[in-house]
Ligand binder design. Structure first.
Ligand SMILES: Nc1ncnc2c1ncn2[C@@H]1O[C@H](COP(=O)(O)OP(=O)(O)OP(=O)(O)O)[C@@H](O)[C@H]1O
Ligand SMILES: [Mg+2]
Length: 161
């Protein structure tokens, strides 16, 4: 594709492609995004995170939580579907909520209070494997997909708003 067409299509679709060469780059991307996010008026800020095993989803979430000033341990939920991190008063959000949708469906997430979580503008919600529960992901979800690159430490991060 011609560069101008590429720029036009990324502009229209609001897709950003970030090339990550290392864990450090992926962390920097997470931090930069976290610093840019502002609460919405009527609903939570929601991120749908996609990526295969070892893509860097947990790496992203750890750096993301740190950027909001969360000091505790950030482990990925693996056996927990939902984890909630209370953020310090200095943060613009009250809670960072991390859902792993790998083993659940939309109905189960609703039973866990998904609807209330997304209604609360104080929440920032990251849903891993969000593509599996796409039908309940609200309009306005920011989609982030991490893909493996050609080399071992390369990743391509697609960001769609
Ligand atoms: N550019 C990069 N960005 C992120 N992680 C990278 C990068 N290069 C190498 N890695 C490595 O890839 C691995 C990513 O692991 P991580 O646990 O974050 O992935 P994940 O997507 O959560 O996987 P899983 O689905 O198994 O939970 C780490 O070992 C990390 O060091
Ligand atoms: Mg993980």
């Amino acid at each position: 594709m011609l560069p101008s067409l590429w720029h036009l299509s990324t502009y229209l679709l609001r897709v950003k492609k970030v090339f990550s060469k290392s864990v450090r780059h992926t962390r920097a991307f997470a931090k930069e995004l976290a610093n840019k996010l502002e609460p919405h008026k009527k609903q939570a800020v929601i991120i749908g995170l996609q990526g295969h095993l070892g893509a860097g989803k947990t790496t992203f979430i750890k750096a993301f939580a740190r950027a909001f000033g969360y000091k505790g341990r950030v482990t990925s939920p693996t056996f927990l579907i939902l984890r909630s991190f209370r953020l310090p008063k200095s943060a613009v959000f009250g809670k960072l909520i991390h859902i792993d949708a790998y083993r659940v469906d939309a109905a189960e997430l609703k039973q866990l209070g998904f609807t209330d979580i997304i209604k609360n503008p104080k929440n920032i919600l990251v849903v891993e494997w969000a593509d599996r529960v796409k039908k309940i992901m609200p309009r306005g979800t920011a989609w982030i997909k991490i893909e493996h690159g050609e080399k071992q430490h390369e990743r391509i991060i697609h960001h769609r708003r």
